[in-house]
Design a protein. Sequence first.
Length: 317
Amino acid sequence: MLNYRQLHYFWVVARTGSIVRASEQLNLTPQTISGQITLLEQTFGTELFRRAGRQLELTEMGRQALPYAEQMFQLGDELEAMLRAQPDTQQIALRVGVADVVPKSIVYRLVAPSMELPTPVRITCREDKLERLLADLAIQRLDLVISDSPMPPHLDIKGYSQKLGECGISFFATRALIQQHGSDFPQCLQGAPLLIPGPETVVRSRLLRWFGDLQIHPRIVGEFDDSALMQAFGQSGSGVFIAPSVIAEEVCKQYNVHLIGQTDAVAESFYAISVERKVSHPGILAITEGARRELFTGQAIDHPATDIRDQGRSHTR
């Protein structure tokens, strides 16, 4: 059976980098900590640390064990805080997993309504690959997962997908790039440098199919799993990039770029995945209702016209 005190000593040593510093933090002798970690290693028949000169470094097994220990003691801290909280300061815990392909601006706008509830909400957001998030959802480490796709049918995990909404995509570029390639959307994308989402996103295949249907061949110069990183490259003038149309105005202001055009033929969808068919968590209800009432209203966004041949009003359906 796992000895949690020994595991705690392992965790503190891994975080501080040495038994001496851990002993100062725990107010124990180095010999006590060293002996307890040795017992932990003997229990499971594997080394967690190895000597590197005067320093300790984690073994491969130690590196694998550390994230589990971190989650366990983080949950312990949250449990202690909850139990110590006074009745008039109780908070609703909302643990949200975010698939790493979902744009951060969309995540914020989806989650924001839960922070306006009469009862204070403490939000914990965790970003990861969808399958790992769903595994944590299944064992109730998460209350909700936000993704660009519904629950994959091949996973043997109990979960229910609610479609929060969908919207078309918009294309953005710097002023210099638009002046170089023109603003006759979508023909201006022919041969233009393009930054696209990574292969794990749903929108990527839809985007490439749309280009094929139009017989337009941009020059792909970058692929990004992280939409914020793609937008940063776009801001530097590396290429044209896309974002959901519902945040078009925000993207233009934040990254100092211009809207070239928009299409509803390529849609991005967003889902809330939970273990409940009928959601009862007030934070999740606020997210789903807010998405349908405020974020995904079906209204197209027109960016104010600029002096670059009115490229902000170029659209295609």
